[in-house]
Design a protein around this ligand. Structure first.
Ligand SMILES: Nc1ncnc2c1ncn2[C@@H]1O[C@H](COP(=O)(O)OP(=O)(O)OP(=O)(O)O)[C@@H](O)[C@H]1O
Ligand SMILES: [Mg+2]
Length: 419
């Protein structure tokens, strides 16, 4: 052959799964609509993300996102900058529970609303508030919420007869007041009835929200109505401290209130794209009723232009809810399946195999997870993956910084909650 001998390379065969990891020249999602996240660490190209467009074009099977990584890797920083940049792109952002009280500055930065809830604080939300014109929808919402609250408070599933008793109590309280509160429901459960015995536990469980440590937060008419024009709304639960059961109850109420408000507030056309962000979600995943509620909310949320973002430490946080084969476990697995985008930040060595198996990672991707530095994550979407370096602007860094207390520059960081 003129010009020299032919190239003597042996042919190379590999599966498309391996080539996808070894051959990084995959097209990143378009930046024409998505918000900029940072750069693709392998190609240096800008990396943008818009779950709604990727869902609309069939790349994603749903717009929900799971974000997992060990402590301090920049998960919240990523969620917060996605929030800030999404607001700039016309999206709205809702944080139904902020147990560390670290989202306030983010909402302040975009002129959003921070609703602080806690013992002794003046704001109250009625989780049974459903301004729906359809009475059957309102009734079903109230019933689902009350069942979840009672099951969380009692730490057990409700008996069939207890569901019936709740149903009767909701009908009675709604008939009397039009827009019942938790206090009205407990009064209805307390009133002398043939099924009083079956309702005794329910009233006992729900009473914690009325007379116990959670009194005054969710037991009367709402003092705040969701502002349809607010770019961002954060429900700050940091005043609750580290009591996990109190947080689960409060989260159930707060998320239930937000769910009803988002799906019924006038002005929220389905064209508005909204993020609902559950930071520190691992603290909620030990509650089966809460997972059940999350899952049914997520199923509905697509119809309302909502993308959910759930932040965990590790995928095995989802296993913690119950034994293999249990209802709890399959609910948690369903929640993972409902997240078409999985972003994985650094994982501990003992998590690598399980993470790789549940996410179907290639060997190089798996090995990468143990070595990822702060701010760099593996983004898995169906049929594609990217290693993305998340870039923070100096102005954003001031808003998302959670290390300030460690450096002694801010006395405000609430204490870390140990697992
Ligand atoms: N991409 C980044 N570039 C520079 N600094 C970053 C980046 N991401 C995060 N940081 C800094 O790292 C610190 C920890 O980040 P962050 O609070 O987001 O971690 P986390 O993963 O949410 O931790 P935790 O599990 O404790 O909630 C913050 O002070 C943040 O400013
Ligand atoms: Mg965090």
């Amino acid at each position: 052959m003129p010009g020299g001998p032919p190239l003597q390379l042996p042919p190379h065969r590999a599966s498309s799964a391996t080539l996808a990891g070894a051959y990084p020249f995959l097209l990143a999602p378009s930046c024409s609509t998505g918000v900029l996240v940072g750069t693709d660490a392998l190609t240096g190209e800008p990396f943008c993300f818009d779950p709604w467009d990727l869902y609309a074009t069939g790349v994603l099977t749903n717009p929900n996102v799971l974000l997992a990584g060990v402590i301090g890797q920049g998960k919240s920083a990523l969620a917060k900058t996605l929030a800030l940049r999404s607001v700039a792109a016309g999206r709205r952002v809702y944080v139904p529970g902020d147990p560390k009280g670290e989202w306030g500055p983010v909402a302040d930065a975009v002129g959003g609303v921070v609703v602080r809830l806690g013992p002794g604080l003046p704001t109250r939300l009625n989780p049974l508030d459903v301004p729906a014109a359809d009475r059957a929808v309102a009734h079903a919402h109230r019933l689902r919420l009350l069942a979840a609250l009672a099951a969380t408070a009692l730490r057990r599933d409700l008996a069939a007869v207890e569901h019936t008793v709740l149903d009767t109590a909701v009908t009675a309280a709604t008939g009397r007041t039009g827009s019942p509160t938790l206090a009205d429901i407990v009064t209805a459960l307390d009133s002398p009835r043939p099924d009083a015995l079956e309702g005794r536990d329910l009233a006992h469980g729900l009473r914690r929200l009325i007379r116990g440590d959670l009194a005054g937060m969710f037991d009367g008419p709402s003092t705040y109505r969701l502002d349809a024009d607010a770019a961002m709304v954060v429900l700050d639960l940091s005043a609750l401290g580290s009591d996990d059961q109190a947080l689960e109850l409060a989260m159930t109420c707060a998320a239930g209130w937000l769910d009803a408000a988002l799906t019924t507030t006038p002005g929220h056309g389905s064209s508005v794209r909204r993020w609902v962000i559950y930071d520190e979600a691992w603290r909620l995943l030990r509650s089966v009723p809460l997972i059940r509620r999350l899952q049914s909310q997520w199923k509905l949320s697509r119809a309302y232009g909502i993308a959910n973002l759930m932040v965990l430490h590790r995928l095995s946080d989802l296993d913690a809810v119950g034994a293999t084969g249990s209802e709890a476990r399959s609910l948690a697995e369903g929640l993972l399946a409902d997240c078409s985008t999985r972003i994985v930040y650094r994982q501990e060595a003992d998590q690598l195999t399980a993470t790789a198996t549940s996410l179907g990672l290639t060997r190089p991707e798996r090995d990468l997870l143990a070595a990822l530095p702060r701010g760099i994550g593996l983004w898995r979407m169906p049929g594609r993956s990217h290693v993305v370096r998340h870039h923070l602007h100096a102005d954003e860094l001031a808003v998302v910084d959670t290390d300030a207390a460690m450096r002694g520059t801010s006395p405000q960081r609430p204490p870390e909650v140990a697992r």
